[in-house]
Design a protein around this ligand. Structure first.
Ligand code: ASP
Length: 337
């Protein structure tokens, strides 16, 4: 049989595998999803823009800035330092047109996410790191903040110096929240989660995302995790969906995690299934190692459907739309050991 005939016959006899259409049902918009319980006030801040028909890009930036202002262990200048006692910040932002910007290992600048947006909008580049990133920020009007550790960070660093081991804890949300409106406090010693990843779908059907973090506590000076890397800590494709991650960044980078999640959504998998498949990819590579670490993915598709999946129990995410304002526990592979 000629190849052309074979193809013709095949097309008639075997219909293409049908995948669920990403565009078939009504879109739930606007909607915003963020990592962890701490995403709840972040979403509320972003909603001031998103709920007023604002742009998703402005909303995710506002949410990230809110988080960068808090006295938490894991985001902004109050975050825990590296092993040299220096706080270094990573952030990125991405819009519906695949415009993106990022900063890595940025010191003494309060709002890395806004520096990332400036890089995106005003330079031909995507990622600036270290001294150059700081110089860029200063040249663009971002003030240089004092080089001081927050009280909490100082205490944690002093304690860490006694042992000087680097053993990233499994990130879990330990704090019990009393309902969706309970205020979230970072310095109660009970929450050890890190990065803030935010994904939003606006009324114009545009998706954007932002990530901000002080990265792994007590990392080697200069270490950069997944968070500022497009395709690792954040990926947005307006035809399909968006994804973000939290946890041990090295494992996310190894599989280009959020790009992978979005590609699974492109194949027709739901956001939760896509996150699960990416988590399974990490586990398959090294089961023993994966038992001891945490990675969580959070995703949203163009319909406003969302989902998450993590290696260990304890990853959570926060959602806000006109229909709900809620913290959800993520599904997971292992119970924390
Ligand atoms: N992913 C971040 C990093 O590796 C940390 C975290 O989310 O826990 O820097």
């Amino acid at each position: 049989m000629h190849r052309r005939n074979f193809l013709k016959t095949t097309a008639v006899s075997f219909p293409l595998i049908s995948r669920p259409s990403l565009f078939s049902s009504a879109t739930l918009k606007p909607i915003i999803v963020s990592t962890w319980d701490s995403g709840l006030p972040v979403n509320r801040e972003a909603w001031k823009i998103l709920g007023n028909k604002g742009r998703s890009l402005d909303a995710v930036e506002a949410g990230a800035r809110y988080m960068e202002d808090q006295l938490g262990c894991c985001v902004g200048l109050a975050g825990y330092p590296d092993r040299d006692g220096i706080v270094t910040l990573d952030a990125c932002i991405m819009d519906e047109n695949a415009n993106c910007g990022a900063v890595a290992a940025l010191e003494r600048i309060k709002h890395p996410v806004s520096v990332a947006r400036k890089i995106m909008e005003e330079t031909p580049h995507i990622l600036l790191a270290g001294k150059g990133a700081q110089e860029f920020a200063l040249n663009n009007g971002f003030p240089l903040e004092p080089e001081v550790l927050s009280q909490d960070a100082k205490k944690a660093y002093e304690e860490w110096k006694i042992q000087q081991h680097y053993n990233p804890e499994i990130n879990i949300e330990r704090k019990q929240n009393n309902g969706p409106f309970a205020p979230y406090f970072f310095n109660d010693g009970t929450a050890n989660h890190d990065t803030m990843g935010i994904l939003a779908l606006d009324t114009q059907n545009n998706l954007s995302g932002a990530v901000t973090t002080s990265g792994m506590a007590f990392k080697i000076h200069g270490r950069v995790g997944d968070s500022p890397l497009i395709g690792a800590g954040l990926f947005v494709d307006n035809e399909v969906g968006a994804a973000t991650s939290s946890g041990v960044g090295e494992e996310v980078i190894r599989i280009a995690g959020t790009h992978l999640v979005v590609e699974y959504m492109r194949q027709g998998y739901s956001p939760e299934q896509s996150c699960k498949k990416a988590v399974e990819r990490i586990i398959r590579r090294n089961k023993e190692k994966a038992k001891l670490l945490q990675v969580g993915f959070l995703a949203i598709n163009r319909k406003g459907e969302y989902g998450a999946y993590s290696i260990q129990k304890g990853f959570t995410f926060s959602v806000k739309s006109e229909k709900e304002e809620k913290i959800h526990p993520s599904k997971f592979f292992y119970h924390a050991v």
